[in-house]
Design a protein around this ligand. Structure first.
Ligand SMILES: *Cc1c(COP(=O)(O)O)cnc(C)c1O
Length: 427
């Protein structure tokens, strides 16, 4: 069994490097990624012929480079993510496409970049097919299908079904295929992503839907994509994904589709969270220890401007403590609630969906000790904002025992760099 340091109440090291030293050298709040964990996840996914990383989970260039070194290809959902992919050294074109633009719309900058570089497009709306044809003529495309049902760890991460804006509605596939043909597009792949945190029961449903859809999509189909959504345990008692079973279900589906069509079909998966979530930690400093009635609060220098998942989804993250003066034997735990610096009552790391503030048993701490938020690598730094005029946190990647700064902390001056006062107000 793999050791999972993110679940221990006290941590001293990340990837073999002292947390106290990281905080000293790079400051807090600080994102730290352990490359070893990412490499292990890549290894686990080797049995899939094409692993396409949904970079929106954590799109730092250094992380993209690390994944490129492992033969992982990329998904991009915006012009900015296409630029990142090219910057990370991915070629624009190839087989399988090194970069796929997956979205429900083209904004104008994205369409411009797709056209300029010949990036493969996975269309989530019929309008995208029109706009692509208008910009560059008929292309090989894939279609993202909404199979009519979805599943996610929260309503906000459910990306299938009638409430979801994502994908082409399954009943419209025949119409879309005709439209594609008229426009000169060739539909070479189908893609279904129904949400983050999918379980195996729902997966079987998705596989079935894919099989039906593939039958309609016909002779040019070369690939099917299972999307992402591979779950990651955020609590010690949550089970790990049964990857063997997951793989088996999809491989069987792929084989049946291949037989049905009479030619080989490639299987892609598109994980975001699975590859990076457990590698990442958010390190913050405890700046106040307060009692409010019966409740004890630790207030730290990181808030939902740094990690939005708790306030957005009521998401649970494991919390650990790193004492500045070393970690003595754990004494009786105390119940604490943990909040950040923002002027906003939702700025709480220990909350449940609906915003209820809860507490956790934690080792005792003092001002100056470090809070280490675990499983923060996915949808962490990428959702960072400048709310309350807070600069974006620094990011560090620990590679074979050496910490490298992969994003410097934003400077306060940079927060204002784009703003201008009109002359009438300038006196
Ligand atoms: C977000 C997203 C993913 C990745 O989801 P995870 O839950 O992080 O694996 C994959 N594909 C698409 C189209 C997505 O939007």
């Amino acid at each position: 069994m793999e050791t999972r340091p993110w679940f221990s109440p006290l941590v001293e090291h990340i990837g073999g490097v002292s947390v106290a030293e990281l905080a000293e050298r790079f400051g807090t709040p600080l994102y730290v990624y352990d490359a070893e964990v990412i490499l292990r996840r890549c290894e686990q996914l080797r049995r899939f012929p094409v692993v396409r990383y949904a970079q929106k989970a954590c799109s730092n260039l250094a992380i993209l480079r690390l994944l490129r070194s492992q033969g992982v290809v990329l998904d991009a959902v915006s012009a900015g993510e296409i630029v990142r992919a090219l910057q990370a050294g991915y070629p624009a074109q190839g087989d399988p496409p090194p970069v796929v633009y997956t979205a429900d719309i083209f904004d104008r900058p994205a369409l411009e970049l797709v056209a300029r570089h010949g990036i493969h497009v996975n269309c989530g709306s019929a309008d995208m097919m029109d706009q692509l044809a208008e910009a560059v003529g008929g292309q090989e495309i894939t279609l993202r299908i909404n199979p009519g049902f979805g599943h996610g760890h929260s309503q906000k991460t459910n990306t299938g079904g009638p409430q979801s804006k994502h994908g082409i509605w399954h009943e419209q596939l025949p119409e879309c295929l005709k439209q594609a043909e008229r426009l000169g597009h060739r539909v070479v792949g189908l893609h279904v992503h129904i949400g983050s945190g999918t379980d195996l029961e729902h997966l079987a449903q998705v596989c079935q839907a894919m099989e039906q859809l593939a039958g309609q999509a016909g002779p040019h189909l070369r690939s099917i994509s299972a999307g992402g959504g591979l779950p990651v345990p955020y609590r010690p008692e949550e089970p790990e994904l049964d990857l063997d079973r997951y793989h088996q279900l999809w491989e069987q589906t792929r084989d049946r589709i291949s037989r049905q069509l009479g030619h080989p079909v490639q299987l892609e998966i598109e994980p975001g969270r699975f590859l990076v979530a457990e590698s990442g930690y958010l390190v913050a400093e405890i700046r106040a220890v307060k009692r409010q009635g019966e409740r004890t609060f630790w207030l730290v220098d990181a808030g939902f401007n740094d990690l939005a998942r708790p306030v957005m989804y009521g998401a649970y993250h494991p919390l650990s403590l790193c004492r500045r003066n070393g970690n003595p034997a754990p004494e009786p735990l105390v119940e604490v609630s943990v909040g950040g610096p923002l002027c906003e009552s939702g700025d709480i790391f220990t909350q449940e969906e609906g915003g209820y503030v809860v507490s956790r048993p934690m080792p005792q701490a003092q001002v100056g000790d470090l809070l280490v938020v675990g499983v923060a690598g996915a949808y962490g730094s990428v959702m960072g904002s400048n709310y309350n005029s807070k600069p974006l946190a620094a990011e560090v990647l620990v590679l074979e025992g050496t910490p490298y700064l992969i994003r410097r902390r934003q400077e306060l001056e940079e927060l204002l760099a784009n703003e201008q006062v009109p002359p009438p107000l300038a006196q």
